[in-house]
Design a protein around this ligand. Structure first.
Ligand code: OAD
Length: 273
């Protein structure tokens, strides 16, 4: 396969393989795969202008998770916690999906048995057009009644009143996100594990791969014999286990893989009609 010069990418190469052979090998795997999963983290939204958590300018460098993202913090000072979430909603509200989100949305249509699992709460995968998204850590645009557990969609920014109250019972609403020390929705994490253990190919995009149980999903895939493709400008604990490791940005690398897939499958922009 001949990839034009401007489509070259930084990649850890496997023994003696050229970049083109490696991309060819990946596309071959992708075409043969029966079940493909993508697991994303905050890095995929970095190019949309949303900060990650652990990088140089990550949120956890400036804010203490225990003050803002735990049930204890919310019980102690719901106003403070809500101010932080309202600020984050304001930051995310004008941000748009980038090319990385768009490729994954297109793969839902193009690749049979494709599943998307995200740790992100920003809702950008859905805005890009992905319909089936397992949101492991919830969604910042949903609010949950602390009394009744009902969940409502709310895109108001800034929120008023703050903290917001349940329209039905007047109790305090909380962000419908998973905080430190809380369990993930057993149905959602259960589905995520079963998809991971069934897939032949897993893309792990823009996550430091250190927060469990999400970080255990690629391990479950590896254990079941799947190949992992990591896309991340930085190495992670997963890198050594990845069959393909792209050291680059999601918004750059995913379109290149998509381009190569379309080139090799003979499907190009405009050919579908
Ligand atoms: P992290 O901040 O831990 O990691 C972000 C990863 O994205 C890093 O490995 C970066 O190198 C990588 N990255 C940065 N820019 C990128 C780009 N343009 N393309 C691809 N990768 C890029 O964020 P997460 O792994 O998402 O949990 O963090 C996991 C969880 O920890 C979050 O869901 C959140 C946090 O605490 C909760 O709030 C429950």
């Amino acid at each position: 396969m001949d990839i034009p010069g401007h489509f070259r990418y930084p990649m850890l190469r496997r023994n003696g393989m050229s970049e083109d052979q490696d991309m060819g090998a990946l596309i071959g795997r992708l075409q043969r795969a029966k079940n493909v999963v993508a697991l994303t983290g905050s890095g995929i939204s970095a190019e949309s202008g949303i900060p990650t958590f652990r990088g140089k300018e990550g949120l956890w460098k400036t804010y203490r998770a225990q003050d803002l993202a735990t049930p204890q913090a919310f019980a102690r000072d719901p106003e403070l916690v809500w101010e932080w979430y309202d600020w984050r909603r304001g930051l995310m509200s004008p941000k748009l999906p980038n090319a990385g989100h768009q490729v994954l949305a297109a793969w839902e249509e193009a690749i049979p048995q494709f599943a998307l699992i995200t740790q992100n709460i920003d809702g950008l995968h859905r805005r890009a057009g992905s319909r089936n998204v397992l949101e492991l850590h919830g969604n910042i645009w949903r609010l949950r009644c602390t009394q009744e557990g009902t969940v409502v969609e709310n895109h108001e920014s800034p929120l008023s009143p703050l903290p917001p109250l349940c329209a039905d019972c007047g109790a305090l609403l909380r962000p419908h996100v998973v905080w430190f020390g809380e369990s993930l929705d057993p149905d959602i994490i259960g589905q995520a594990f079963s998809l991971s253990a069934r897939c032949d190919l897993m893309f792990v995009v823009g996550t430091s791969a250190v927060v469990h149980p999400a970080a255990s999903l690629p391990l479950a895939a590896l254990e079941a014999g799947a190949a992992v493709v990591e896309i991340n400008p930085e190495p992670t604990p997963l890198t050594q286990h990845a069959a393909f490791s792209f050291r680059g940005k999601a918004g750059d690398i995913l379109p290149r893989i998509d381009w190569a897939l379309r080139e090799i499958s003979g499907v190009r922009e405009g050919d579908e009609s």
